[in-house]
Design a protein around this ligand. Structure first.
Ligand SMILES: C[S@@+](CC[C@H](N)C(=O)[O-])C[C@H]1O[C@@H](n2cnc3c(N)ncnc32)[C@H](O)[C@@H]1O
Length: 183
C-alpha cells in the first residue's frame, strides 16, 4: 500500500519534470526536492506555507513529507500555473490547499499560523514576504524558513540574506542554492 503511494507520487513528479522541460515553469530540481523533503521531515510541521507554487512540483515534495493531520497551503498569482498545479494535486491526493492570488495581499488574510515556510516567488520580495508574515503574526515560535535561489539570485536578495545571516542560516549549494534557518 505504502509502496503504491510512493510509486504514484513519483509518477506525478516525473510528469511535472517532463512538463517543466527547458525550465518553462521554473520549478526546483529533483535534488532540491529531496533536500526540502528531508528538511520538512526533520521539522515535522503541522502547517506549512509555500510562496510560489508554479505547477506544484515543490508542493508535492513538501506535502509528501508531512505527517497525518498536517497540511500545506501554497500561494500562486499566475492563474494558468495554478490550474495545472491543482490538476496534479487532485491526482496526488495530498493535503495541499492552493490559494490563487498575490502573496503580498493574501498573507495578511491567512487564518493559520505556520511552523515552516518555503519561499520561492519574486526574488526581490523574499524579505517582504517574511516581514508580512511576522507583522501579521502568522508564524509559530521557531518556524523553519527555507528559501530557494539564494545562490543564483543572491544579488537580488541582499536584504533577505543579511536577515538570514543574523539567524545563523545555512546555505546549501544544492540546485540554485537553498538557505534555511529557524526564526
Ligand atoms: C520559481 S516559481 C515556483 C516554483 C515552485 N516552487 C516549484 O519549485 O515547483 C515562482 C512562482 O512564484 C509566483 N509568484 C511570484 N510572485 C508571486 C507573488 N507575489 N504571489 C504569488 N505568487 C507569486 C510566480 O508566478 C511563479 O509561478
Amino acid at each position: 500500500m505504502l509502496f503504491d503511494i510512493v510509486v504514484k507520487i513519483n509518477d506525478i513528479l516525473k510528469k511535472q519534470e517532463k512538463l517543466n522541460k527547458g525550465g518553462k515553469f521554473s520549478t526546483i530540481n529533483r535534488e532540491t526536492g529531496h533536500f526540502i523533503n528531508l528538511l520538512i521531515k526533520m521539522r515535522d510541521p503541522k502547517k506549512v506555507l509555500e510562496i510560489g507554487t508554479s505547477i506544484g512540483y515543490s508542493s508535492i515534495w513538501i506535502a509528501s513529507a508531512l505527517n497525518k493531520n498536517a497540511e500545506l497551503i501554497t500561494l500562486e498569482r499566475w492563474p494558468e500555473r495554478a490550474e495545472i498545479a491543482k490538476k496534479f494535486f487532485r491526482q496526488a491526493n495530498l493535503p495541499i490547499i492552493l490559494i490563487e492570488g498575490d502573496a503580498i495581499e493574501v498573507i495578511p488574510k491567512l487564518r493559520t499560523k505556520f511552523d515552516a515556510v518555503f519561499i520561492d516567488a519574486a526574488k526581490a520580495d523574499y524579505l517582504k514576504y517574511l516581514h508580512l508574515l511576522i507583522l501579521n503574526k502568522k508564524l509559530n515560535k521557531h518556524t523553519l524558513i527555507i528559501a530557494d535561489n539564494t545562490v543564483s539570485h543572491a544579488s537580488k536578495m541582499q536584504d533577505f540574506l543579511k536577515f538570514a545571516e543574523k539567524k545563523k542560516a545555512i546555505t546549501a549549494e544544492i540546485g540554485k542554492g537553498v538557505t534555511f534557518f529557524r526564526l
